[in-house]
Design a protein. Structure first.
Length: 340
C-alpha cells in the first residue's frame, strides 16, 4: 500500500494552527494534523487526517513515518513562555526534545521518498535579551544577529532549536563516510507578539494586548500586567500565518538565512488601551504591572529589522495597527462574543 503524501502540522489546535490549517486546506494541501488533544470537528474536517498524540511519543512518530509521505513539517507545538518559566525542565523536554524528534523524522522521511523535507519553525522575539531599558530604547530595531541573550527558558529553547535546525539543514553528519544527499530544509520566523480575533490568548508573555481587547469585548475589567509605556512588536494572526506559507513556498536559492525577523506594528500598551477604549467605551482597563513578567518583556526589543525577509521572500504585512484593529480584531472579536 502506498504511503500518502501530506504536510504535517504539529500543535495544530493552537492559535497559529487554526489559521494555518484554514489557509493550507483552502489551497488544496493535504494536512496531517497532530495535537495533544482532538481537534474541534470543524477544524478536523479541513484536514486529510487528524491525530491526537504527543511529539515526544517516538512510537507515534515511527507510525507516521510508515503511514505517510511527509514533504513538509510545520512544527508549531511548544510550551509557551509563561508556562515554561514555571516548569523549565519540562519546557526544555517538550520544546527541544520534541523539535529534535521531528528533525529526525524529517531526515527519515527524506531518505524514504528521496526529496528534501521543508521544516517550518516558528521562533520568537523571546530569543532576544536586552540588558536594561536604557539599552532597549537606544537600540530600537534589532537585527537577527544581535542581542540573542535570552532570559527565559522559552527563549533559550527557541534559540537552541534555531541552531539545531541550521545544523540539520547544513551540517548534519558532516563527518559521515557517505554524505547525506537529501535532508532537511530548515526555515524559521522569529515572530513578534501575535494577536488573533479567532482564538483566545493562551498565556504567552506578550498576550497582554490580545487579553485587553478580549476582556473589553466581554464587558470584563482587565488589569494589564505591564506598564503603559511597554513597547514590543506585534502582528495580526493572518499576516503571521501567511508569512509561514510564503516562506514555505520561497525558492531555496532566494534565501540568505535560515532565520528571519518579521514585524508589523509596535504600539505601547497605553496606546493600545486607548484604541480599545474608543471601540469599547465601557472598557475598564487598568495597569497593574507584574514585576517579574514586566522584567521579561523589558528584555525584548521595541522593534525588529525585517528587511531580510522583505528582500528574500517578499514579506509584506497587510495589516498595520489601524487596519488590524478596526478591520480584523474588533469585528472578529465582537462576533465571537455575540455568539456566546
Amino acid at each position: 500500500m502506498s504511503r500518502e503524501p501530506v504536510v504535517l502540522v504539529t500543535g495544530a489546535g493552537g492559535e497559529v494552527g487554526h489559521g494555518l490549517i484554514d489557509l493550507l486546506s483552502a489551497e488544496g494541501v493535504r494536512v496531517l494534523a497532530l495535537d495533544l488533544k482532538e481537534l474541534e470537528p470543524a477544524q478536523a474536517e479541513k484536514c486529510h487526517a487528524s491525530i491526537a498524540g504527543d511529539i515526544l511519543d517516538e512510537n507515534l512518530l515511527a507510525r507516521l513515518v510508515s503511514e505517510y509521505e511527509i514533504h513538509a513539517i510545520y512544527h508549531l507545538a511548544a510550551l509557551l513562555s509563561t508556562r515554561a518559566e514555571f516548569t523549565p525542565e519540562t519546557a526544555h523536554h517538550v520544546n527541544v526534545g520534541g523539535t529534535l524528534n521531528l528533525l529526525r523524522l524529517a531526515i527519515e522521511q527524506s531518505r524514504w521518498h528521496g526529496e528534501v523535507v521543508k521544516f517550518l519553525f516558528p521562533s520568537s522575539i523571546a530569543v532576544y535579551g536586552l540588558p536594561d531599558l536604557k539599552t532597549k530604547h537606544e537600540v530600537g530595531r534589532v537585527p537577527e544577529h544581535r542581542w540573542t541573550l535570552p532570559t527565559t527558558m522559552y527563549g533559550c529553547n527557541k534559540l537552541y532549536c534555531e541552531n539545531l535546525g541550521r545544523y540539520f539543514s547544513k551540517h548534519y553528519r558532516q563527518l559521515a563516510a557517505e554524505e547525506e544527499r537529501k535532508g532537511v530544509d530548515f526555515r524559521s520566523i522569529r515572530f513578534p507578539g501575535l494577536i488573533s480575533a479567532v482564538t483566545v490568548p493562551s498565556g504567552g508573555t506578550s498576550d497582554y494586548i490580545p487579553e485587553m481587547i478580549h476582556a473589553a469585548a466581554q464587558g470584563k475589567p482587565y488589569a494589564c500586567f505591564v506598564r503603559e509605556d511597554t513597547r514590543i512588536p506585534f502582528m495580526a494572526m493572518p499576516d503571521a500565518v501567511q508569512a509561514l506559507v510564503d516562506l514555505w513556498k520561497a525558492p531555496r536559492e532566494k534565501l540568505t538565512s535560515c532565520v528571519y525577523n518579521i514585524g508589523a506594528f509596535n504600539p505601547s500598551a497605553g496606546e493600545f488601551a486607548e484604541l480599545v477604549s474608543k471601540a469599547f467605551p465601557d472598557a475598564a482597563i487598568t495597569f497593574e504591572p507584574d514585576l517579574r513578567r514586566q522584567g521579561i518583556v523589558d528584555t525584548w526589543p521595541e522593534d525588529v529589522y525585517d528587511f531580510r525577509a522583505r528582500d528574500d521572500w517578499g514579506f509584506a504585512p497587510r495589516y498595520d495597527l489601524e487596519r488590524a484593529f478596526h478591520d480584523y480584531l474588533v469585528p472578529g472579536i465582537r462576533r465571537r462574543y455575540s455568539n456566546d
